[in-house]
Write a protein that binds this ligand. Structure first.
Ligand code: CMP
Length: 139
């Protein structure tokens, strides 16, 4: 499935604000097929493990605390050129710099509370999908 899948999470702030349904609707309207979906609350350790590549960066502690602060929605999505297409669709990491109409512009509050995560490469998409879902749960 390389090249056709990406992984996303609706972050705790967006979930708490009641935006999960709207974000999923926009994702589907944009042509992504949901091939796995779940609601889960990460422990601080699990958030740290998911974002291990950012360990040591100034924003790591804030990011992992925020990501373990409440429920998230994790999903694996399928579309042609999924990683790049989804990153364009959600907008820049910083909601203040995200293009009009993108998910982060519409629902993001700050750099850490930027509404959604999107994989940055096919390798990340595979790792991140496997972090949350078994092969039996992706179809
Ligand atoms: P995400 O796509 O989940 O990947 C890493 C996250 O770190 C990113 O979105 C942001 O929420 C968060 N973050 C906080 N500060 C920064 C920063 N200065 N640069 C990049 N990412 C940041």
């Amino acid at each position: 499935m390389t090249g056709k899948i990406t992984f996303t999470m609706i972050k705790p702030s967006a979930f708490a604000a009641g935006h999960a349904g709207q974000i999923l609707a926009r994702i589907e309207e944009a042509g992504y097929r949901i091939i796995a979906l779940k609601k889960v609350t990460l422990s601080l350790e699990q958030a740290g493990s998911f974002y291990e590549m950012h360990q040591g960066k100034p924003f790591y502690d804030e990011l992992t605390a925020m990501m373990s602060s409440g429920p998230i929605v994790a999903a694996v999505l399928e579309k042609e050129n999924a990683v790049e297409a989804f990153r364009t669709f959600i907008g820049a990491t910083d909601p203040a710099k995200a293009a009009e109409g993108t998910i982060r512009k519409l629902y993001g509050k700050s750099l850490s509370e930027n509404a959604v995560h999107g994989s940055d490469s096919d390798e990340s998409a595979a790792r991140e999908s496997a972090f949350f879902f078994s092969s039996l749960e992706m179809f």
